[in-house]
Design a protein around this ligand. Sequence first.
Ligand code: GAP
Length: 460
Amino acid sequence: MPLENDKMEKIVSLAKRRGFIFPGSELYGGLANSWDYGPLGHALKQNIKAAWWKFFVQERDDMVPMDSAIIMNPRVWEASGHLQNFSDPLVECRACHRRFRADHLLEMRSAEPGYDKEAPIDFSKMVCPECGGRFTEQKNFNLMFKTFIGPAEDSASVVYLRPETAAGMFVNFKNIQQVTRRRLPFGIAQIGKNFRNEITPGNFIFRTREFEIGEFEYFIRASAWEATFEMWLGEIKHWWKDIMQVNMDNLVWHEIPDGKRAHYSKRTVDIEYQYPFGVKELHGIAYRTDFDLSRHEQMSGQDLHYTDSETGEKFIPHVIEPTFGIDRMLLVALLEAYHEEQAPTAKEGETETRVVMKFPRHLAPIQVAVLPLSKKEELAAAARPLAEELRKQFAVDYDETQSIGKRYRRQDEVGTPFCITVDFDSLNDKAVTVRERDSMQQTRMAIAEVGAYLREQFEN
Ligand code: GAP
């Protein structure tokens, strides 16, 4: 079977086996389409979020951070339009009663040639992919997760878990602009959890009901929108090519045509990815005009105009919004990293398949593995202090069980860029063997030089 076809299965299995991602609540039979990040998944996610934050926030002088509440005043969602419009078209199979998001039925065919995402959906011609039954009429289903504040479960205490982080940045625009005294253009960024009661979650962590978004609202003058949009598209390309280091041929830059965008958006680009299950959205960027701040001004009755401190001009800023699904980026990182290749075994002339996760070095959940050749105490006495020293700067794994060949394969499978073997010669020559993951090249070097060598490798 060609690799692409069963790649998802292999990724899901590796993710569970090696502690990246487990099925949620597995002990109790699971909870459909929920996933828990294990030790390595957590580390990978942290590294992706840290890289995102460094690139889009920390290294720029036009961005400020925030962290807003998940549960907000429900009027926020009235202003944003989520309570009225944040719904998906739902159809039910008349025979097996399974429910589907109408547009996903069409999307399920997105791996097929000639698939047209923009084509209208004619349900009378479609049948249930599970049983071949006919569908009911399409209904709208609101995706907001509802709950109650306090002990009374009545309509006055209804609140919602946020479906996006954006609203937190809009409702704090005035607070943040005033305390930071920022002049336009500037952005407000945050990363956080979001909740959507999706009708058809699936494809592992691609579509779930609970997920993280990293996004920012970049406030501008209306006249600057086209140039600013291009600037951010350029930065997004830079992010994928140089920081996430993906094969750019796997990305599709989908200009959403007139009539298909949200009514307030003058330009939206969906950045799509060639997943094994078809070309689908990875993340997006939209020019949202002054829609959000105007709506919040109208609904709250508060003045959300910006006054330029130098020119005295007063107006409602416009917004460019780049938005990134953190879990989808992690899925892409797993898919891009996965490689199967032939590697020599300990026996002369023989090879075996090695699975190696070629993560960019700065994203690898374990950066360095320290591997004493055997469990003997004299080797541990040399290897443990080295691991302790390296732990101050790197994510280090210390592993002394099984043969060195098996341990190399284990580290390859989780994408550890460097393995350091401490052997019996190390006790005399005070040197170790450093093995690089992708080339499998081994270099002997003095223990005293290892820290500086690794620092240099992770900087490049
Ligand atoms: N403020 C704009 C906004 O929220 P969105 O396209 O609805 O835009 C942002 O969501 C990103 O969140 C998407 O581009 C995608 O990467 C991710 N995302 C959306 N729904 C998701 C889900 N159910 N599971 C995982 N990620 C999701």
